[in-house]
Write a protein that binds this ligand. Structure first.
Ligand SMILES: O=C[C@H](O)[C@H](O)COP(=O)(O)O
Ligand SMILES: C=C(OP(=O)(O)O)C(=O)O
Ligand SMILES: [Mn+2]
Length: 450
């Protein structure tokens, strides 16, 4: 069964607000309480002013004046919080952002699926191998991936580890984006190297040349200071584990506003977006910018309900809809949702997640996605908005800076036989560095030719 076929429509579901979907079955509630009490005393990972800054950047996306680029691992791991790995993801996102900024002639709001993306909703609660059945791996925040009872038993102490690893990652992100790492000229040099080295990358030479000329022009104007050497970068994750999120929720005494302080932007996943469920209720009480994934089962009524429940003041930048319908369905299903929201004049951002509706499992047992399906869903998303005169506000991707072989195709031409070579994801297949750049160059062309 594919993960898509196992995901189900919330519109058809029962369940009350008390029963949160996709929560671990913690075996030791006393220890869970000790852990959440400790987290409730811990320093915030992000600050309210930063969350407000992101909301105002996203307001520009909602108005059609900027793009959102959000990406990172499907599931971060504790062991993966290394300088090399964070550096690779950041580098990839910065390279993509330069290409998109040029293609769309708009600012790009950069948000990592980083520093908190440790918990996963799953299609099945258990995994069976031979005669043994164990709880499914739900991300390093909950249990371990190894197929043993000890590893798969949810351990609340992992929430402390999640907090610490998020802090370490954020420290790296802050240091790298504040220093010379994010220098525009340097990021462009990396793009040049990509275009030169990748066989398929040659077709992007013209765009790279144009960026080079634009940079030379800026330099000639004396523009080296400020925005060209540093990057504004935010972090996000799925707000899945309500025990963790509630423990890190703080009220700003100056404004009386309440924020999740575990990340700048949190989103509600496709599997936990019941309008009367506890995730929607928790999100209605925080002031961060927030997002909701919309799968093929999302109805216009439900989407309008989200607007009323989560953005009653119609604040631009507060609410982002992340569409993940699948390449085959996005052109049919999305127009009605966009039209209804537009008719209510709700100032939301529309973003495409072209990954989660295009997942399938190969004969070899690898969960994968084909680059062409990913690109096709993204293109369909852009076409729908173009036809309606609304703004295709950006993209939400699972990617890594590493040269993994998890998704098929792209200019590096990953084939089915190649998948096992460097398949290292802890959950879903990610675009590798060159596939991510391929997608950025394609998207930049579509924006430029609008
Ligand atoms: O990103 C998440 C996956 O799509 C989700 O966790 C479901 O994956 P599964 O079908 O392997 O459980
Ligand atoms: C689980 C995820 O997505 P969705 O909720 O859209 O299935 C995810 O983003 O990893
Ligand atoms: Mn995923």
């Amino acid at each position: 069964m594919t993960s898509e076929s196992a995901s189900r429509s919330h519109e058809a579901q029962g369940g009350g607000p008390a029963s949160a979907d996709q929560q671990p079955d913690w075996p030791d509630p006393v220890r869970l309480r000790e852990v959440t009490d400790r987290l409730a005393q811990a320093a915030p990972l992000v600050f309210t002013a930063e969350c407000d800054a992101l909301r105002s950047r996203l307001a520009a996306v909602a108005k059609g004046e900027a793009l959102l680029l959000q990406g990172g691992d499907c599931a971060e791991t504790f062991a993966g919080a290394t300088e090399e790995s964070v550096d690779g993801k950041l580098r990839t996102l910065l390279q993509m952002a330069v290409v998109l900024t040029h293609g769309a002639s708009m600012p790009v709001v950069k948000v990592g699926r980083m520093a908190g993306q440790f918990a996963k909703p799953r299609s099945q609660p258990f995994e069976r191998r031979g005669d043994t059945t164990l709880p499914v791996y739900r991300g390093d925040a909950v249990n371990g991936p190894a197929f043993t009872l000890r590893e798969r038993t949810p351990d609340p102490d992992r929430l402390l580890h999640m907090y610490e690893t998020s802090a370490t990652t954020l420290n790296l992100v802050r240091a790298l984006t504040a220093g010379g790492f994010a220098d525009l000229a340097r990021v462009h040099e990396w793009n040049r190297a990509f275009v030169a080295a990748s066989p398929g990358g040659r077709r992007y030479e013209r765009l790279a040349d144009e960026i080079e000329r634009a940079l030379a022009f800026l330099r000639a104007c004396g523009g080296r200071a400020g925005g060209l050497t540093t990057a504004e970068f935010f972090v996000s994750h799925e707000g899945l584990l309500l025990d963790y999120e509630r423990a890190l929720t703080r009220t700003d005494p100056a404004t009386g506003r309440t924020y999740a302080t575990s990340g700048h932007l949190l989103w509600i996943g496709e599997r936990t977006r019941r309008p009367d469920g506890p995730h929607v209720e928790y999100f209605s009480g925080i002031s961060n910018p927030i997002a909701i994934k919309l799968g093929p089962g999302a109805t216009a009524d439900t989407v309008l309900r989200y607007v009323d429940l989560l953005d009653p003041d119609r604040e631009p930048g507060r609410l982002t809809f992340v569409v993940r319908m699948g390449a085959e369905r996005v052109r049919d299903l999305l127009p009605l949702l966009v039209e209804k929201v537009a008719s209510e004049e709700a100032p939301v951002c529309w973003v495409s997640d072209p990954m989660h509706g295009n997942t399938f499992v190969t004969e070899s047992g690898h969960k994968t996605r084909h680059f062409d399906a990913v690109a096709d869903e993204l293109r369909g998303f852009v076409e729908v908005h173009r036809a309606l005169g609304t703004h295709p506000g950006g993209v939400h991707l699972e990617l890594t800076g590493d040269d993994v072989t998890e998704c098929l195709g792209g200019s590096s031409a990953v084939a089915r036989e190649t998948l096992p070579q460097r398949y290292t994801t802890a959950c879903d297949p990610r675009l590798n560095h060159s596939q991510a750049l391929d997608l950025a160059f394609l998207l930049a062309e579509w924006y430029r030719n609008r």
